[in-house]
Design a protein around this ligand. Structure first.
Ligand SMILES: N[C@@H](CCC(=O)N[C@@H](CS)C(=O)NCC(=O)O)C(=O)O
Length: 202
């Protein structure tokens, strides 16, 4: 049995979406961000020292990190969402699974935090904006003609890259990255994604 500890308005939505896609049985526990400081409640830290979401409980283990969770859930319940070992698609899968949190999120988070500095952060913004576009344009250029990242159907990397792609759209880059925009439109129209939003909020 799987339990998802979900934080509202967070990267955990992609795990909730994945669980809905693969049809695995799971329990859902909603944790609400603090209304004033917007951080996770203490309840999450009591479950895991990092106090972050997504957090899943599976086979008696508490597991964090979206990419690890995605890989584990796909391996067990939807192996067709991971390209076969030793294929070029599998190499791209590995690269993009790590890229999502290890690279694409860096300028996104810098933009968020430096934005809070107001004028004091202004000298950093040209570099941050250049790096945002560096990462978004890489994503735009590796999307396949099918509109997915490594396979011609939904895969684990699509789940992981959904979050930075949605942020690109929120940053008003729809016209700059039309393939990313189509990817976001495609995933947000999927019945499993709609069910995830109904359950966990955006
Ligand atoms: N690299 C981690 C990031 C996890 C993470 O930072 N989650 C955020 C939500 S998007 C969180 O729990 N923030 C609450 C807090 O820091 O209090 C992953 O992909 O799972």
């Amino acid at each position: 049995m799987i339990t998802l500890h979900h934080l509202n308005r967070s990267r955990s939505l992609r795990i909730l979406w994945l669980l809905e896609e693969i049809g695995a049985p799971y329990d859902f526990v909603l944790h609400e961000r603090d209304a004033k400081i917007n951080l996770a409640p203490d309840a999450l830290r009591k479950l895991h020292p990092l106090g972050k979401s997504p957090l899943i409980e599976m086979d008696g283990e508490m597991i964090t990190e979206s990419a690890a969770i995605t890989e584990l859930l796909c391996s067990k319940y939807a192996p067709q969402m991971i390209p076969g070992a030793s294929t070029p698609a599998h190499m791209r899968h590995l690269e993009l699974m790590h890229f999502a949190e290890g690279s694409a999120m860096t300028p996104i988070l810098l933009n968020l935090y430096v934005g809070k500095l107001g004028e004091a952060g202004a000298p950093l913004h040209p570099r941050i904006t250049a790096e945002l576009d560096n990462h978004f344009s890489y994503m735009e250029n590796v999307i396949r003609p099918s509109g997915h990242f490594v396979l011609d159907d939904l895969s684990a990397t699509d789940i992981m890259l959904s979050f930075p792609a949605q942020i690109a759209m929120r940053m008003e880059r729809r016209a700059a990255y039309p393939k990313l925009a189509a990817f976001v439109d495609m995933l947000e129209a999927r019945p499993a994604y709609i069910r995830a939003v109904e359950k966990g909020g955006v």
